[in-house]
Design a binder for this molecule. Structure first.
Ligand code: FE2
Length: 407
């Protein structure tokens, strides 16, 4: 018996169309000729994709659900004003219910846009841990539609905020999944390095993944990613540590990047998440001529490093735009990262699907036999049209059930 049969689907990596058979929430077959008169007759439901692109769900591997849709203005458009305005919001307006309702409404919208996994940083510089409380509950409430991973994020600095070491551990006890950090925001490079060592040792001790905001800076000498890679290898955490942003790499010395840093990161299997929309907006304010303030995703991917592109923000103190559209993210990433070759554009789609899924260690993700039947049907004939037009999501399917869309 087939629960759902999708026929005539175009995939990202192959030519020609395929049919996808789904049973009990699992892809049981995916090949050019599953659909026959007999199989269609026994399928409970059939969708004719009519040559449209079918992708595994979009994965947003770097986001901030606690600040989403706060719609706090940022007059200077700088990272610093964003942090200051968020601090003021926390002091005056943040409640558990406020975070929960905003984040839930956003997640429901994100699901309709084809996102089925979100790694959200949650600010733990809060004696009441309101964001963590709200988002741990939300992760449970939305588990049937979105896989939410939470990162304990010391927004105001692991050492700058003298209370946060205890709060971060408490957030992990509450069920926050991943250890975060923000080394470039400490007052000295040395303190930044020490924060990485402390947090990496904490993650190693507790067997947790790591995802740090790292070198989100216009300072070419902000090189904390080097320290992050060193401790990753030292602690045997290869493949479990991610550096988010790393915008300073865009203006680091090319000899250092190519001969020392990238080999160090490759050896440690440190992944990278760039946030094209936010990086090009918040970075590059202080140099003339202004540079492309995004990690060099082409070079990183070319070196074999797992790379993802993510949103970071939607209508919050750092960014007034955004629409949960991962194709918009890939589109911007392609422009900033010089990824306009046809294969490179295909790679960009991977950077909002399979790349971030690998970084988040999502299990049974993908369009292969045995994977969870999570997928998105787009109203576009192929990945180029999808990137050009950001088309309507015809159907969003979760564990074999059509949860959203026209079908
Ligand atoms: Fe962020």
């Amino acid at each position: 018996m087939i629960d759902l049969l999708i026929k005539n689907a175009t995939l990202l990596e192959t030519t020609g169309t395929v049919d996808i058979a789904i049973r009990e929430g699992v892809i049981t077959e995916i090949s050019p000729r599953v659909a026959t008169a007999a199989s269609e007759a026994q399928a409970r439901k059939t969708i004719d994709a009519a040559g449209r692109l079918v992708l595994p769900p979009f994965v947003d591997s770097h986001f901030h659900l606690d600040s989403v849709w706060t719609r706090v203005p940022n007059a200077t458009g700088t990272l610093k004003e964003g942090i200051d305005n968020w601090y003021a919001y926390k002091q005056t307006r943040l409640t558990v219910e406020d975070v929960y309702q905003r984040a839930r409404a956003y997640c429901e919208h994100a699901f309709s846009m084809g996102i089925q996994a979100i790694r959200s940083h949650v600010d733990v510089c809060d004696p009441q841990l309101r964001g963590a409380e709200a988002l741990v509950q939300l992760r449970q409430d939305l588990r049937d539609t979105i896989d939410i991973q939470l990162v304990a994020f010391p927004q105001d600095g692991y050492f700058r905020d003298t209370e946060v070491a205890g709060l971060l551990r408490k957030a992990l006890e509450m069920g926050v999944d991943v250890v975060g950090g923000i080394p470039h925001f400490e007052q000295t490079m040395e303190l930044g390095s020490r924060s990485i060592q402390d947090l990496m040792e904490l993650a190693a001790e507790q067997g947790l993944l790591v995802d740090m905001h790292c070198d989100e800076s216009d300072d070419p000498l902000s090189r904390h990613v080097e320290t992050l890679a060193f401790h990753t290898a030292r602690l045997g955490m290869q493949g479990r540590v991610n550096a988010s942003h790393v915008t300073s790499m865009a203006i680091m010395d090319p000899y250092y990047v190519s001969r020392k840093l990238i080999p160090l990161m490759t050896g440690a299997e440190v992944s990278v998440i760039a946030n094209p929309l936010i990086n090009i907006h918040l970075g590059g304010h202080f140099h003339h001529p202004k540079h492309r303030a995004m990690a060099p995703i082409r070079e990183l991917h070319g070196a074999g490093i797992t790379v993802a592109c993510a949103q970071d923000c939607n209508e919050d103190p750092w960014y007034p735009l955004g629409n949960a559209d991962m194709l918009e993210v890939a589109h911007m990433g392609a422009h900033i990262g010089h990824m306009m070759g046809l294969d490179q554009l295909r790679t960009m789609v991977g950077m909002v699907t399979t790349g971030p899924a690998a970084i988040m260690h999502l299990e049974r993700y993908g369009l292969e036999r045995g994977c969870r039947a999570n997928l998105v049907i787009l109203d576009a004939p192929d990945y180029l049209a999808a990137l050009r037009t950001s088309p309507q999501r015809i159907a969003v399917i979760r564990d074999g059930v059509i949860r959203n869309g026209k079908q």
